[in-house]
Design a protein around this ligand. Structure first.
Ligand code: LAN
Length: 728
């Protein structure tokens, strides 16, 4: 143990504390960049008091006053805003934990470990606490995401994390987890990415990793499966993986690593047949089995290509991959697309540029951006935050409630607008074409401008929010027309041939590229697909824009919207619902779909599609007036109720949809509104219920601010639509 109490690599068994003092944690907000700090010094604690938001994130007492009991929905909105205002961060945005996936923290911790980055004792302690709290109560393992059953992926990697931060292998939690891992087939049955990380540590030998040839980046652009056509998350992960795979680099051997070599396997480590286990995988992990074609390609790469591979190609491929990594780092100021490639690029820069290099050190700073602390401990968020996205929805909720003119909320909304003003991306990427990036001038990212990845629905939601506020008398015109046009021009680059929109880029390759899906644990990840939520968000944004600027690219916008709406209609399921890819699930997408239909004037009374959507939702309403959907809907693609009953978030989504469509019967709507009001706490808040979000069909992710933004939106829409209804 080092004298400052931090864990040093190579000490035999660093001691970690039972817990940290929760009153010493602080969230720092630097123009939307959110990082957690632990104040060990008493003076610092006095100088930097804990904010209400800090306390709330950590589940400490916030001492917020009880508010007058709402008499009508608008009172409930005001109470909700009074609470949520307290959570607004200094730059004007809202922050939140964004956990769920259980494969992100291992990347970060392994990157720290292999680069000999000291892990402060308080970080190690809270990571341990988080993983202990999240171990599956039955078998002690970990899954792909917090609600999932134990897998080799989750268990082997999170067990490894615990050992790297200093937990004793004989701790009862570890013994239990290890037993489960052994029952599931040991780390030899881990999926590709886990085998990769374990090989970097030297816990596996590189022979167990299926090939990730950097040469794939030398394919000419016209090749139908060239990587620039892949979904951005896949290509940005395979890029640094290719670099590291080619080097077959491993970190220095330590006692912990020698320990892991025994703990993660049942067999004698020296006798393990690494190459023979390349395709071994536990069936629970194997959500998307590798295709026969991929198995053949892998075979050829190992048995033929590795023998005949010319040196000049190897060098050229590595140089090009290295340049692409530099461009990604430069375009994001080392924040990178998401924590997976951020951790990998960190290791690349360490090996390539050295421990003292700017690139490596900046990466280490940036890895902090995705770390979060809550009452359970410390973990890694899915992205470097949800800032622009949540802030946009809060603004829309306030406008829907008609409180944007209320002097009481003006300072809060002004700050929110100023945040979006600051976070708009003003320039395209440097070397946009060379590094295959999408136009982004005028766009917003999901999290921050620094991260800088435009997503078409994030641009759309932020743009709507800016327009709504700036068109309200008395708000400052922070974004001039040129900047609004920049956003629209970028949105207009997003349409697929089908008429739909995808997430970060229009689809660049065929679904057949899915045969190269090597990750095993996720489905439908290789290319961009048509998404209901993204398409509908774009339609509503363009419709709103057109009302205020009828002359800017009018024909193109009209044609775009027409084609998108036609696609949205074809995407409706036979039962009247829409399938959601990013929220859970049918309720979420149906809300977006009915909102977009309303934006072009199609509602219950005049639209077959809108009517069927409403009827579908009504058929799903529960006895208590609420709606409830489980993440199982996303995996199984059939509406599945959550075992804990109605959820405020899904209830809000369904009500918003019905009100957008002007559903003629107020009674079911009132019953839902009553449920949301009943669940509101005396201080204006709503309590966390089941998880709200999803990606790649199989992985869940939480959106804790939805229980505020969408509930208030539903209540607010009700208040403006039926001003005389009291409900209670
Ligand atoms: C997100 C989060 C936001 C989400 C919406 C904006 C809600 C959606 O409408 C479009 C897609 C997007 C941007 C999205 C894509 C995939 C992300 C980035 C995530 C679900 C958050 C985490 C996830 C990412 C892939 C996690 C890292 C995992 C890998 C497999 C690389």
């Amino acid at each position: 143990r080092a004298s400052d109490g931090n864990i040093e690599i190579d000490t035999k068994r660093p001691r970690i504390a039972d817990e940290t003092d929760r009153t010493r944690w602080r969230l720092l907000d630097e123009s939307g960049r959110l990082t957690w700090h632990y104040l060990e010094d008493d003076e610092a604690v006095k100088e930097w008091p804990q904010s209400i938001a800090d306390k709330w994130y950590l589940n400490l007492d916030t001492d917020l006053p009880e508010l007058p009991k709402p008499k009508k929905p608008l009172d409930a909105v005001n109470n909700g805003l009074a609470f949520f205002e307290k959570l607004q961060l200094p730059s004007g945005e809202w922050g939140c934990e964004y956990g769920g996936p259980m494969f992100l923290l291992p990347g970060v911790v392994i990157a720290w470990y292999v680069t000999k980055t000291p892990i402060p004792w308080y970080v190690a302690t809270e990571i341990k606490n988080y993983l202990f709290a999240r171990a599956n109560p039955e078998d002690g393992g970990w899954g792909l995401h917090i609600e999932g059953e134990s897998t080799v992926f989750g268990t082997s990697l999170n067990y490894t994390v615990l050992r790297l931060v200093g937990v004793d292998p004989e701790h009862p939690v570890m013994v239990k987890a290890r037993n489960t891992l052994h029952k599931l087939g040991t780390a030899t049955h881990a999926p590709h990415w886990a085998k990769f990380w374990l090989s970097l540590l030297g816990v596996c030998k590189w022979d167990i990793v299926n090939p990730i040839p950097p040469e794939i980046w030398l394919l000419p652009d016209w090749v139908p499966f060239a990587p620039w056509r892949w979904w951005i998350h896949m290509r940005q992960v395979f890029l640094p993986m290719g670099y590291l795979f080619d080097k077959k680099w491993t970190c220095e051997e330590t006692d912990v690593i020698r320990g892991l070599r025994q703990e993660l396997f049942c067999e004698e480590w020296d006798t393990i047949d690494w190459a023979g286990n390349r395709n071994s995988i536990c069936s629970i992990d194997n959500y998307h089995p590798k295709s026969m074609a991929l198995n053949m390609v892998n075979w050829a790469l190992v048995n033929v290509w590795s023998w005949i591979r010319p040196n000049f190609l190897k060098t050229r491929a590595n140089d090009w991959v290295s340049k692409l990594i530099d461009m990604e780092d430069a375009n994001t100021d080392y924040a990178d697309l998401a924590p997976v490639n951020a951790a990998l690029n960190t290791v690349v820069c360490y090996i390539r540029d050295g421990a003292e290099s700017y690139s490596f050190k900046r990466h280490i700073e940036r890895l902090e951006d995705a770390m979060w602390v809550n009452a359970e401990g410390m973990f890694c968020n899915g992205t470097n935050g949800v800032q622009c996205w949540d802030t946009s929805f809060l603004i829309q909720a306030a406008v829907d409630a008609g409180v944007e003119q209320d002097a009481r909320w003006r300072p809060m909304l002004n700050k929110a607008l100023a945040f979006l003003d600051d976070q708009q991306i003003r320039e395209n990427c440097k070397d946009q074409e060379t590094c295959y990036r999408q136009q982004r001038k005028g766009a917003w990212a999901f999290s921050t401008r620094d991260q800088g990845y435009a997503v078409c629905d994030c641009v759309s939601e932020a743009l709507k929010s800016v327009i709504l506020l700036q068109k309200t008398p008395g708000y400052p015109q922070l974004l001039d027309d040129e900047r609004i046009f920049d956003a629209v021009d970028t949105i207009l680059t997003y349409q697929n041939k089908s008429g739909a929109c995808s997430s970060y880029e229009p689809t660049r390759g065929s679904e057949r590229i899915e045969v190269l899906n090597a990750a095993e644990v996720f489905g439908k990840i290789m290319v961009e697909y048509d998404y209901v939520e993204c398409t509908t968000a774009v339609v509503t944004a363009l419709s709103l824009f057109k009302k205020h600027w009828p002359d800017h690219r009018a024909e193109e916008i009209e044609a775009f919207v027409k084609r998108s709406v036609a696609w949205i209609k074809t995407a409706q399921q036979t039962d009247g619902s829409w399938y959601g890819n990013w929220g859970i699930c049918y309720t979420y997408a149906t809300m977006f779909a009915l909102e977009s239909l309303k934006s072009i004037g199609e509602k219950y009374n005049n639209s077959y599609y809108s009517k069927r959507g409403c009827d579908y939702l009504i058929s799903r309403q529960r006895e208590d007036g609420g709606w409830s959907e489980s993440y199982r809907s996303c995996e199984g693609m059939i509406y599945t109720e959550h075992p804990t009953g109605s959820q405020v978030v899904m209830t809000a989504w369904a009500l918003i949809a019905l009100m957008h469509a002007d559903y003629p019967d107020i009674e079911p709507i009132k019953r839902g509104i009553r449920l949301i009001m009943d669940r509101q706490q005396a201080n204006g808040e709503w309590k966390q219920e089941a998880i709200e979000g999803v990606f790649n069909k199989s992985c869940m992710i939480s959106y804790p601010n939805y229980k505020f933004t969408f509930t208030m939106k539903a209540l607010g829409m009700f208040a403006t639509k039926y001003p005389n209804e009291t409900v209670v």
